[in-house]
Design a binder for this molecule. Structure first.
Ligand code: AMP
Ligand code: MG
Length: 356
C-alpha cells in the first residue's frame, strides 16, 4: 500500500474497511516504536504517543510547541486500563464512566509512578478518558499502550476537526495522520476533577454540566464560568492560563443576547470597515441578514449549540484562509453546549465586549 505524503508526513486514509486495517497497522507500528501519530476522536483530532514513554511524549510537546507545564490527556480503551494508571477510582468516577464512556468526558485521578511526570506536566494527577470514535479505540487497542493525546494543532491555534486541519499545522512535524474524516462533537472533552468535594468542572466540553449534575445528583463547582485567560496566581488546571483556539486575525467577541448586542456588533463591524479592514463576521442564524461584511459565517441556530460546537473550529480556521483582517463574533447563551462554545470563543478572543 502506498499512501500520500506531505513534507514527510504520511496520510493514512481509513475511510473504509479495506483501507482501515493497513492504516491502523501502520499507525500502531509507529506508536509502538515511540513515534507520534495524529488520529481522529469524536471531539477533535488528537496527537498521540505512548503515554508511558517520556521520550515519545516529549515529541508531542515539541511538535505542538506546547508549554511543558500544560499536561496531556491519556486515552485508554476502558476501566481496566485506567486501573493500571491511577491509584484510586472514586465511586463517582465509576458512575460517570458507566454513563459517559466511551465519550467526551475526561476525569482527573491520582497517578501511579509509572505515568511519567512529562505526561502530567509535573502534576501528581493524571487526566484520563475513553474516546468514543471507533478508529481511536481500535488504534489504542492495536498499539496496546495508553496514548497521551492533546489536540493535534500548534499550541494556541484552533483545534483540528479534519485531517486537513491537522496537515495545516503538523505537516513535516509528525510521522503520520490517520484520516477518519470530520469529527462529530467538534469541541474537546469536558474535564472534571472528582478529587475535591464537590467535584470541579475544569473545562466545559462534549458532555454538558447539566448531564453531569443529572447523573451525580450533586453540586458541581464550575470554575470556568466567564473564564478568560487572565489568571492571578495558579489556575486549578494549567491549560486555563493559556490563550487558545485563536485564529491569526484578532477576534472581537460581543457577549449578550439582546438588542444592545446587535447594536454593538453593527457598530464594531462598521467602524472596522470604515478604517479599511476586511471584516469577517461569525453569527448565529437568527442574526443572518441583519449585518453584512465581506465574509460572513453562520455557526447554527441559537437553539442548536451542539451544531455551533461542531462547526466552530472549522469556521475559525476558515477566517484565516479567507484572509480577513479582523473577526467580529456574536456570543451565545451559556447553557448545555453553549457553555463549551463560549469558553472556546472567550479563549480565542483578543477583546471581549459585554453587551448585556
Ligand atoms: P488538550 O490536551 O489540549 O485537550 O488539553 C488538555 C486539558 O486538560 C488542559 O487544559 C489541561 O490543563 C487539562 N488537564 C490535563 N491534565 C490535567 C490534570 N492532571 N489536572 C488538571 N487539568 C489537567
Ligand atoms: Mg488543545
Amino acid at each position: 500500500m502506498t499512501w500520500p505524503c506531505v513534507k514527510g508526513t504520511i496520510i493514512l486514509k481509513a475511510g473504509n474497511p479495506q483501507e482501515e486495517d493497513g492504516a491502523l497497522d501502520y499507525a500502531a507500528g509507529i506508536l509502538k516504536n515511540g513515534g507520534v501519530v495524529a488520529f481522529p476522536t469524536e471531539t477533535v483530532y488528537g496527537l498521540g504517543a505512548n503515554a508511558l514513554d517520556p521520550q515519545a511524549v516529549e515529541k508531542i510537546y515539541r511538535a505542538k510547541m506546547r508549554p511543558a507545564d500544560n499536561p496531556l490527556i491519556v486515552h485508554v480503551t476502558g476501566m481496566e486500563q485506567v486501573k493500571e494508571l491511577v491509584r484510586f477510582i472514586p465511586g463517582e468516577a465509576a458512575v460517570l464512566a458507566g454513563h459517559f464512556w466511551p465519550g467526551p468526558l475526561t476525569m482527573i485521578f491520582n497517578k501511579k509512578n509509572l505515568v511519567p511526570d512529562i505526561t502530567t506536566g509535573g502534576l501528581p494527577t493524571v487526566a484520563v478518558r475513553v474516546p468514543a470514535h471507533p478508529l481511536a479505540l481500535k488504534l489504542i487497542a492495536r498499539a496496546g499502550i495508553p496514548l497521551a493525546a492533546p489536540s493535534a494543532n500548534l499550541s494556541g491555534r484552533p483545534s483540528p476537526t479534519t485531517a486537513e486541519h491537522v496537515l495545516e499545522d503538523m505537516a513535516g512535524r509528525i510521522a503520520a495522520i490517520l484520516d477518519g474524516g470530520p469529527c462529530s462533537v467538534g469541541v474537546e472533552s469536558t474535564v472534571l476533577s472528582l478529587l475535591s468535594s464537590p467535584p470541579v468542572l475544569l473545562r466545559p466540553g462534549g458532555v454538558t454540566l447539566e448531564k453531569l449534575k443529572d447523573v451525580l445528583q450533586t453540586e458541581i463547582r464550575d470554575l470556568t464560568a466567564g473564564q478568560t485567560v487572565d489568571f492571578k496566581g495558579t489556575p486549578p488546571s494549567p491549560g486555563m492560563k493559556y490563550r487558545h483556539y485563536a485564529p491569526r486575525a484578532p477576534l472581537y467577541l460581543v457577549e449578550g443576547e439582546g438588542p444592545e448586542q446587535k447594536r454593538r456588533l453593527a457598530a464594531l463591524s462598521e467602524n472596522f470597515t470604515r478604517q479599511g479592514y476586511r471584516v469577517g463576521l461569525i453569527l448565529f442564524e437568527e442574526s443572518e441578514g441583519l449585518f453584512s461584511a465581506p465574509v460572513v459565517k453562520v455557526l447554527s441556530s441559537r437553539r442548536e449549540p451542539h451544531l455551533a460546537a461542531e462547526r466552530l473550529f472549522a469556521v475559525l480556521r476558515c477566517m484565516d484562509s479567507l484572509d480577513v483582517d479582523v473577526i467580529v463574533a456574536e456570543g451565545l447563551h451559556e447553557q448545555e453546549m453553549g457553555r463549551a462554545v463560549m469558553n472556546r470563543l472567550r479563549k480565542a478572543a483578543t477583546k471581549i465586549i459585554k453587551a448585556t
